[in-house]
Design a protein around this ligand. Structure first.
Ligand code: TGC
Ligand code: FAD
Length: 407
């Protein structure tokens, strides 16, 4: 079986430390040996490859940057390279590890009590427990600050009411990190599977991220103990801090999907013969597409590396992460489209990974902050002006009222 060669046009490797290369190569081998052989089938069957969870845990990939509880305490570049390799396998697989590590283990580790950490970090690291992260609601995606889910204190308990939508691993999860409005603003809570009043169901009909489970969560007078709150959460900002971790990983992950598309197209173009017995790689228009891909992947690699070095130094700002997520996922999206073109009709079948990456990237382009929301975050950073919430004119208000009455 041929090994994935990676993409390294500008001697990127020479900037990595030995332990970073080791982490990347270990996961590269895992993806070649265990993910590639099953992933198309999972995509066809819309099935999360749960059989991989023990091996992912054995490799120390859940919570890999934590350096307690026997976890590896890897640096951020090694972590990023792991995300790159996983997403080269499938965006859904990277999502599984991202959610578990960045959106469940991170908030418990950063904002949880000692008891919460002791109970959940080892179980999540070993894959015995699976977690999910409930921020998005049916009416509040890009604007989570408007969320309607509430948590009201009642004696020794919190009472949750509301719903969450588009939640990765929702029905698989033993523990849900749920964000809700309280009298003191948005706070995070841990809700165990099976708690009365807490339901979950899968969302069907996805053309994207089919090897990943996406769910709705419902809370109807769901009572959880007073100590189920993540005590160090003080507002929406804590949820956004979790997103920073995940978005950082996605900036690397997008490159993995882009690299797989590029490599597949490069190999195909050297083998596909048309016209005078020549491979299509001899045509200038094909080369131009390959050159675009390798150029943008290379620029994306250096962006991701600089982000990782800044993160290790404690200097990475959330607007930097927005630039990396926005750019590298866009690069992946464009590479998938170009690779699909180069493959001709073969670009639309799952004998090749390109169409699967192309469909997956549509989710990645939207989740963890859409491409345009990240544009606005960067815009706010450079101008000092937040342009998320357009000023409402009387006319706009009237249109909203008419639309609401009609629905
Ligand atoms: P805003 O008033 O701007 O901010 C509230 C407070 O938070 C601070 N802040 C941040 N802090 C840390 N990290 C960040 N990235 C931060 N962004 C803002 C801010 O300074 C403020 O602090 P303070 O002290 O003044 O209170 O909040 P806003 O309500 O106007 O919203 C801003 C906006 C639009 C940027 C934010 O809401 C946003 O990022 N929207 C996108 C939503 C999103 O990304 N959802 C993702 C859901 S999870 C998911 O998709 C998982 S997919 C599966 C996978 O990861 O694989
Ligand atoms: P909307 O916010 O309705 O946006 C629709 C369009 O309007 C977009 O193009 C957007 O860019 C644009 N738009 C919105 N506001 C503005 C503005 N101010 N200016 C200009 N344009 C604007 N969420 C979780 O909490 N946990 C998860 O585990 C999770 N997993 C997911 C898995 C998948 C497969 C998907 C697809 C989503 C997942 N999400 C999850 C939800 C995801 O984070 C949201 O879909 C995302 O934040 C966008 O919200 P929305 O879909 O409601 O789009």
């Amino acid at each position: 079986m041929s090994r994935f060669p990676g993409v390294d046009f500008l001697d990127f490797d020479s900037l990595l430390e030995d332990d970073e290369r080791l982490a990347r190569d270990t996961v590269r081998e895992f993806v070649d040996d265990m993910v590639v052989p099953i992933i198309e089938e999972c995509h066809r069957e819309a099935r999360t490859p749960l059989e991989l969870v023990p091996k992912i845990a054995e490799l120390g990939l859940f919570g890999a940057t934590i350096d307690e509880y026997g976890l590896p305490g890897l640096g951020n570049v090694a972590y990023g390279l792991i995300m790159q390799e996983l997403e080269r396998g499938d965006s859904g697989l990277r999502s599984f590890v991202s959610v578990q590590s960045s959106l469940v283990m991170y908030p418990i580790y950063a904002f949880g009590s000692q008891e919460q950490k002791d109970r959940w970090i080892p179980a999540l690291a070993s894959g015995e427990a699976i977690g999910c992260f409930g921020l998005t609601e049916p009416d509040f995606g890009s604007n989570p600050g408007g969320m309607r889910t509430t948590a009201k204190k009642d004696g020794n308990e919190w009472v949750l009411n509301g719903s969450k939508q588009w939640i990765t691993n929702g029905t698989l999860a033993d523990i849900a990190v749920v964000w809700a409005q309280t009298d003191d603003g948005v706070r995070g809570f841990l809700v165990d599977k099976g708690t009365p009043g807490f339901t979950s169901s899968d969302q069907h009909g996805k053309f994207s991220l089919r090897a990943s489970t996406t769910s709705e969560l419902g809370f109807v007078n769901c009572r959880i103990p007073a100590d189920a709150i993540l005590p160090k959460t003080v507002g929406l900002k804590n949820a956004l801090m979790c997103l920073n971790q995940a978005r950082y990983g996605i900036a690397w992950g997008g490159l993995g999907a882009a690299m797989d598309c590029y490599n597949t197209a490069l190999e195909y173009s050297k083998e596909r013969i048309q016209w005078n017995g020549q491979p299509i790689a001899c045509h200038q228009l094909i080369q131009e597409k390959l050159v675009w891909m390798v150029s943008e992947i290379t620029k994306g690699q250096f962006t991701a590396l600089q982000m990782g070095r800044l993160k290790d130094a404690g200097k990475l700002k959330h607007q930097h992460i927005s630039l990396g997520k926005r750019n590298n996922v866009w690069v992946a999206r464009e590479c998938a489209k170009l690779a699909r073109e180069i493959l001709g009709a073969n670009g639309i079948v799952d004998d090749y990974p390109v169409i699967r990456h192309m469909l997956n990237i549509e989710s990645v382009y939207t989740y963890e902050g859409t491409h345009d929301i990240h544009g606005l975050i960067i815009g706010q950073s450079i101008t000092g002006i937040a342009a998320f919430n357009a000023p409402q004119t009387d006319d706009a208000r009237h249109k909203v009222e008419v639309a609401q009455r009609a629905s």
